[in-house]
Ligand binder design. Structure first.
Ligand code: SF4
Ligand code: SF4
Length: 346
C-alpha cells in the first residue's frame, strides 16, 4: 500500500516576497481556541480586510493559521519549520493559549504541535516558542492565557501554566525590538486583535511609531479606561439604582460586576459589529483582561468587596440626585406656560 499523494499547497506564493510579512498563528498553548473563534467576528478591520491587503500602508501578508489554512498535517507544519530555520522571511508570531511548564514532571508533555520530521516525536509548544520567538519581527500574545496565564494558571493547577512574557522574560525583545505585545481578554475582543495587528503592520512599514504599551504590555489606547467608564449602565450606577436580580436594566454591581476596577474596552466597543459588551447586555464583568484574573476576582457571582463602600456612598448622593432629576424631568415634560393661551385655551 502506498500513502495517498499529499495535496499541493494552494497558496500562490508560500514565501513572502520583499516588503511582505507572514503571520504565524500558533494555537498550541493551553487554550480553548477562543481567540481563533472570536477572530472570525472581527469587523474593524475584518481578518479578510487584512489578508486581502486593501488597507493603506499595510504590506501584503501571508497568514498561516491552523484553522484557516488550505494545508493540513505535515504540509502545514512545514511552514513553521521553515520559519524556525529562518527561511520564511519576516513574520509576526501570534500565540494563543498559556505556556505550560514542561520541566515540572518526570515524563510526558503538556502541549505539542506537529512532529519532528526525523524522529516523528511530538514537538512541544515550548520548543516551538524557543525556535520561533527569537526570529519573529513581533510577538503578539492573544487572550489572557497567552498574556498572563489565565484560567490554566489558577492557584493549584498542575501544569505550571504562565503567560508568554513570563516564559520569555520581562526584558525580552523580538527581532523588531518589541516586547511581547499582550492582548488580554477571555477571549480577546475580536476588533482589538485585528486593530493591533493593523497597528503592528503600520509600524512594520514605517507608518506608525512603536506601539504604546502599558506596564502590563497591553496597547494603551485599548486598555487605558475601565469597563465602568464606558458602560451603558453607568447612569444607573451614578443614581444609585442597583439591580437585585438578573433581567434588570439597572447597574449590576451588586450581582458581582467588577467593571469599576477593570481595564477593558468592550463596554465602549461592543463585542461584534459594535453590538454587545458584557455589562451592556446583562453580564457581570469578571475582570478577564486583568493579570490578576481569575484568582483575584473569585468567587465570580459575589458582590466585589470594594464596591460595598462605594455603592453605599453612591446610594446617598445618587438617590437624592435622582429625586431632584425626576422633579425637573416632570417639569420639562410640560410645554412652556406662555404657550397655554395660543389656541384660546385658558
Ligand atoms: S454594570 Fe458594572 S460596569 Fe456597568 S455601571 Fe454597573 S458596575 Fe459599572
Ligand atoms: S467586560 Fe469584563 S468580563 Fe467582559 S470582556 Fe471586559 S474584562 Fe472581560
Amino acid at each position: 500500500m502506498h500513502d495517498p499523494p499529499r495535496p499541493r499547497s494552494r497558496r500562490p506564493e508560500a514565501r513572502p516576497a520583499n516588503g511582505e510579512i507572514a503571520i504565524l498563528w500558533l494555537t498550541a498553548g493551553l487554550s480553548c481556541d477562543g481567540e481563533t473563534v472570536a477572530l472570525t467576528g472581527a469587523t474593524q478591520p475584518s481578518l479578510e480586510d487584512l489578508v486581502a491587503g486593501g488597507l493603506p500602508w499595510t504590506p501584503r501578508i501571508t497568514l498561516f493559521h491552523p484553522f484557516l489554512a488550505p494545508e493540513v498535517g505535515d504540509e502545514f507544519v512545514a511552514y513553521f519549520h521553515r520559519a524556525a530555520r529562518g527561511e520564511l522571511g519576516p513574520f509576526i508570531l501570534v500565540f494563543e493559549g498559556s505556556v505550560p511548564d514542561e520541566q515540572n514532571k518526570a515524563e510526558g508533555y503538556w502541549a505539542t504541535f506537529g512532529t519532528d520530521p526525523v524522529t516523528r516525536q511530538p514537538i512541544t509548544t515550548c520548543s516551538w516558542i524557543d525556535r520561533l520567538a527569537p526570529r519573529a519581527w513581533a510577538v503578539l500574545a492573544v487572550g489572557t492565557c497567552a498574556a498572563y496565564g489565565g484560567i490554566h494558571a489558577i492557584e493549584g493547577n498542575p501544569t505550571g501554566a504562565m503567560g508568554l512574557p513570563d516564559y520569555l522574560g520581562r526584558g525580552w525583545r523580538s527581532a523588531g525590538g518589541l516586547p511581547v505585545v499582550c492582548l488580554p481578554g477571555c477571549p480577546a475582543q475580536p476588533d482589538n486583535m485585528t486593530e493591533t495587528l493593523l497597528y503592528l503592520l503600520h509600524q512594520f512599514t514605517g507608518h506608525a511609531p512603536p506601539i504604546p504599551l502599558d506596564d502590563s504590555l497591553r496597547p494603551r489606547w485599548l486598555f487605558e479606561r475601565t469597563v465602568h467608564e464606558g458602560c451603558d449602565r453607568g447612569g444607573h450606577y451614578e443614581q444609585g439604582e442597583f439591580a437585585e436580580a438578573y433581567g434588570s436594566h439597572l447597574c449590576i454591581v451588586k450581582l458581582g460586576c467588577w467593571g469599576p476596577v477593570v481595564q477593558c474596552n468592550v463596554g465602549k466597543r461592543g463585542w461584534m459589529g459594535g453590538v454587545g459588551g458584557c455589562p451592556n447586555v446583562g453580564g457581570i464583568c469578571i475582570g478577564c483582561t486583568m493579570p490578576g484574573f481569575p484568582d483575584k476576582f473569585m468567587p465570580f457571582m459575589d458582590q466585589p468587596p470594594g464596591s460595598l463602600l462605594s455603592s453605599a456612598a453612591v446610594m446617598t448622593y445618587g438617590r437624592a440626585m435622582l429625586a431632584l432629576r425626576r422633579f425637573t424631568l416632570a417639569s420639562m415634560n410640560q410645554e412652556p406656560g406662555w404657550r397655554a393661551g395660543r389656541s384660546g385655551a385658558p
